[in-house]
Design a protein around this ligand. Structure first.
Ligand SMILES: [Zn+2]
Length: 200
């Protein structure tokens, strides 16, 4: 499934779960991390490694800055302060160390194994929690949604890694029509959530 579909599903689920009962700043900051989480899972694919991964993260940061600027100007909602306030400085070094370790592990293990497993969920969510505090929720939603979406197609997901047994539901092909539909539906549902929120 393409990265953009995983990102869109993560954005939709984070919005659905957090927007109805939380502050919009909290929801948006979590949504940015959901995109990062959705992209992180596939650092184990050859074409997604290194430069491509960094490009996606850079793209996400640029998107957050543009979105943040629009919200500040149009609605006087400042998500930048919110993100900075939630940074746990004293946990920066241990958090980053674990994160780098998990990223290296992700790059060297085969596709759909470590990063696509419960061990991977824990290995990445702990450092994100240390670095971003309560904003780990979005990351976790984006990350788990990616693994679940991958299970829909014909290639096994080793959810119980390091155990060998994998799961696949064989409902769709990786880049097929289902992935395209999921992308469009996810964007549509997200837009509807915000339309409701702003009453427009
Ligand atoms: Zn994947």
């Amino acid at each position: 499934m393409p990265g953009k579909t995983h990102a869109a599903i993560g954005v939709m689920l984070t919005t659905m779960i957090l927007l109805p009962t939380n502050d919009i700043k909290y929801t948006l900051a979590n949504t940015a991390l959901a995109v990062v989480g959705a992209f992180t899972v596939d650092i184990d694919t050859a074409k997604s490694q290194g430069a491509t991964f960094l490009k996606k993260i850079f793209g996400t940061i640029v998107a957050v800055i543009i979105l943040g600027a629009i919200l500040k100007i149009e609605y006087n909602i400042n998500i930048f302060n919110y993100i900075l306030e939630n940074r746990a400085i004293h946990q920066l070094i241990p958090g980053l160390s674990i994160l780098v370790g998990a990223l290296i592990m992700g790059v060297i293990t085969p596709h759909r194994s470590f990063t696509h497993s419960m061990v991977g969920v824990i290995a990445f969510t702990i450092p994100i929690y240390m670095l971003a505090g309560p904003l780990y929720k979005g990351f976790l939603i984006g990350y788990i949604a990616h693994i679940l979406a991958d299970m829909l197609n014909e290639k096994e997901v080793k959810i119980l890694w390091p155990m060998k047994k994998g799961i696949c539901l064989n409902l769709c092909s990786a880049d097929g029509i289902v992935a395209k539909i999921l992308f469009v539906v996810s964007i549509g549902v997200t837009v509807l959530q915000y339309k409701n929120y702003f009453n427009i």
